[in-house]
Design a protein. Structure first.
Length: 311
């Protein structure tokens, strides 16, 4: 009986190792095949970094820009942009990060559906920008959106009281109207951001600041229109980017795309992947606001409350 039990566990152990081998074998042999192919045929390694969706943080993007620009086996960077823009500081940080990378190797941008506002700010730092004829490009400008909930709070018979130090500290809060002074202050902030944005784009795209009305009035242009304004270098898609890279590197070798490693399970658990934390942060904010209003609607006895919502 003991011998039969030992044999069963031995078979179970062997079965486990066989299943484990079958799980990782395809990836293992694929890596070996790729290494053999690389040795047999010369390929041009290109670091490809996607920039997708709203720009909220530059950390993940800049980490991989630096990694690829420092890698001697990678000959150029290919940035695939599909973004409506986002936070000014993050977009500006990405712009400057690509300028630093260009000191080491060429940078190419492929605009997919759109590269608007901050998305175009990032694109403008590249050596070459290629967009589809129907892509949306530009939308150069700065927008501040303020949500006013004063009337909603009055309807719910609620009020918010602020205790502040500093004349402009509560500027832009959701529960009071802007004063003329506060509006002027915010307009000055917006104008300064716009000045930085347009100066950086003009410098990289060799555009005149005297003609801002023609290329930086907040309009989103098609790829064809953007080409006429000098915002991009060429209309086309992936094949045209391939051609531009080979031309710049003076190479006829096949291009091999090197992508960033996907975030590990541990890094996601530790919150080290910004893309995950951005989504989580947004979900938490929306959840908190919905929870607030649900509780307000369901509680008729509340006449006043102290409420803090991140502004």
């Amino acid at each position: 009986m003991a011998a039969e039990k030992t044999t069963f566990f031995s078979l179970l152990k062997n079965f486990f190792f066989i299943m484990l081998f079958l799980q990782f074998a395809p990836s293992f042999f694929s890596d070996i095949k790729n290494k053999i192919d690389d040795r047999m045929s010369k390929k041009t390694n290109i670091g490809c970094i996607p920039l997708q969706g709203e720009i909220r943080s530059a950390t993940w993007f800049l980490r991989h820009v630096k990694k690829f620009s420092d890698d001697k086996n990678i000959e150029a960077l290919w940035i695939k942009i599909n973004s409506p823009g986002g936070f000014p500081a993050a977009s500006q940080a990405m712009h400057y990060g690509l300028l630093e990378a260009r000191k080491k190797k060429p940078v190419f941008v492929e605009i997919q559906d759109w590269a608007c506002s901050g998305g175009y700010y990032v694109a403008a730092a590249a050596d070459k920008i290629i967009a589809l004829p129907s892509s949306l490009v530009g939308n150069i400008g700065v927008l501040m959106q303020l949500i006013h909930l004063k009337k909603s709070m009055e309807y719910l018979n609620m009020n918010v009281e602020y205790i502040k130090s500093g004349k402009y500290k509560a500027t832009g809060n959701k529960f009071t109207d802007l004063t003329p002074e506060q509006r002027l202050y915010l307009q000055g902030t917006s104008d300064d951001m716009y000045k930085q944005f347009t100066e950086d784009v003009a410098k990289q795209r060799n555009l005149s600041l005297k003609n801002l009305a023609s290329w930086a009035d907040g309009k989103a242009l098609t790829g064809n229109q953007a080409l006429k304004q000098g915002l991009i270098d060429r209309v086309g898609s992936t094949e045209e980017v391939n051609q531009e890279i080979k031309k710049a590197l003076n190479s006829d070798s096949e291009i091999k795309m090197i992508y960033p490693d996907p975030p590990s399970f541990l890094s996601r658990m530790m919150g080290e992947d910004d893309r995950e934390s951005q989504e989580t942060s947004m979900k938490c904010t929306i959840t908190e606001i919905l929870s607030l209003f649900t509780s307000c609607l369901n509680t008729r006895q509340i006449h006043s409350a102290n409420i803090l919502i991140p502004s």
